[in-house]
Design a protein around this ligand. Sequence first.
Ligand SMILES: NC(=O)c1ccc[n+]([C@@H]2O[C@H](COP(=O)([O-])OP(=O)(O)OC[C@H]3O[C@@H](n4cnc5c(N)ncnc54)[C@H](O)[C@@H]3O)[C@@H](O)[C@H]2O)c1
Ligand SMILES: O=CCCC(=O)O
Length: 508
Amino acid sequence: MIRTVHALSRSPGLRAAAPLSRALSSGKTLDVRSPSTGELLQTVPSVTAAGARDAVRAAAAAQSAMAAMLPAEREAALLRLAAALEARSEELALTMAREAGKPLREARGEVAYSLGFFRWFAGEARRNYGRTIPTTHVDRRLWTIRQPVGLCALISPWNFPLAMLARKLAPAIAAGCASVMKPAEDTPLTALILAEEAARCGIPPDAASLLVCSRDDVAEVGEVLATDPAVKKLSFTGSTAVGKQLASWASGTVKRVSLELGGNAPAVVFRDADIGKAAAAIVASRFRNSGQTCVCTNRVLVDASVAGQLTDAMAELIDGLVIGDAADERTDVGPLVNERAAASAASFQQQALDAGARPVVGGRGRVSAAGGVRRVGDAPTAEFDPDDGTTFFEPVLLVGASPGMRCVAEESFAPILPVTTFDVEAEAVELANHASAGLAAYAFTRDLGRALRMSEALEFGMVGVNEAVISTEVAPFGGIKESGTGREGAAEGIDEYTEVKYVAVGGV
Ligand SMILES: NC(=O)c1ccc[n+]([C@@H]2O[C@H](COP(=O)([O-])OP(=O)(O)OC[C@H]3O[C@@H](n4cnc5c(N)ncnc54)[C@H](O)[C@@H]3O)[C@@H](O)[C@H]2O)c1
Ligand SMILES: O=CCCC(=O)O
């Protein structure tokens, strides 16, 4: 028997009486813990594969009612959802800070970014146009219509617990698709608030349900979502390895698949750039969300003649970054999301140091943050000593980095900024494109011709010129190569949730 379960808060400030998921007969629970202290924030019911199958059945039954909503009704539902989430902005931001370790100021930014998707796609619901096609026969008329693709499975990562679901759910609702959402196991609490508000925004019951599951069950639950024939589209944001696995499962029923996967963004700085502005943009891009953003600058490539100037400017800015608890307003860099992430960051740094990179600022690795907040450049104190047991990782600027180092060749997803030099533009392009990922890239130059050449030559889905934080709901977000397929946001975003049907009428 399907029933809606309410997850009750055990922690003040994490108010949630949310319809959690369907068919929780497993009786399992998931403990959600603070990334910085390990403190238990909340225990929520968790599903297994059987629960996922039930949720898919319930959502599939809601699909026809969802598709039957008028575009203006979907628009109104999305606007209601945006308003309801906006009213809970501070609660959402605090929840994200607590469960994901996202610094509070950034968490507030993520809430605003997410609302942008609901409002943008509210408009898109009314602009989901087909085309008339000039006819080929005098007695025939040709046109296309756009119809919802059908039930969607939406799987999201922990680093943007609200925005990555918003960027999928909003176009799904706009296009008339029911959805089953699956947030990451580290960050279900933000998603619960979203699901609670989605359930009362005016879409049919079960048209936007949420499945929370533990790490032990995620592969089986993922397999259900990627293989069940009732699911017509799978939209996944997360690591490249998991994306490849899900895509291969989804191929069995030829589902529509969108993949937003890992990046390895280069920031290429030319000798004609405004070095101060380039340094500020790169530091903001690298250290946002403590380095855990798919479009974070992962590596710097700089003309050797200005390398010292750029490094000095970046070092000064990194020195001033404030490390501390994510819920503290002063914090720039919070904890990494969990122990695995902190151990991985330490291993990326160690490999680079062993291979000859040199830290200009930072470099102590995992540091204790028990003593409140502190700037990277502050003199060490006992409270901030290196501490292998913590999830706080000191931002580090590494010079002498080379393409063979793991933190250059792979996405580190950590506050590590390696700097490599080049001599000529062609070499910079070759180094930048030397990656299996192709999500975002940045170039800094005041030469218009070079800016245009770089925007064309960089093999990435998104290029920022003299900017390194470029995401917005009005522009298409997505990657090429192993960074994925499909685009989210903008006019392109709704295409992913619609089928184009060609209609030919004869005997006119
Ligand atoms: N391109 C983008 O828009 C974008 C945005 C955010 C994050 N990312 C990428 O995501 C990665 C970090 O996120 P992550 O560590 O949460 O990724 P992840 O792949 O481990 O997890 C993402 C989601 O997949 C689920 N999952 C994990 N293992 C699974 C399995 N075997 N089968 C089915 N589902 C499974 C997780 O529970 C989570 O919901 C980084 O590589 C980052 O670049 C990409
Ligand atoms: O981590 C990836 C998403 C980041 C963004 O949308 O700017």
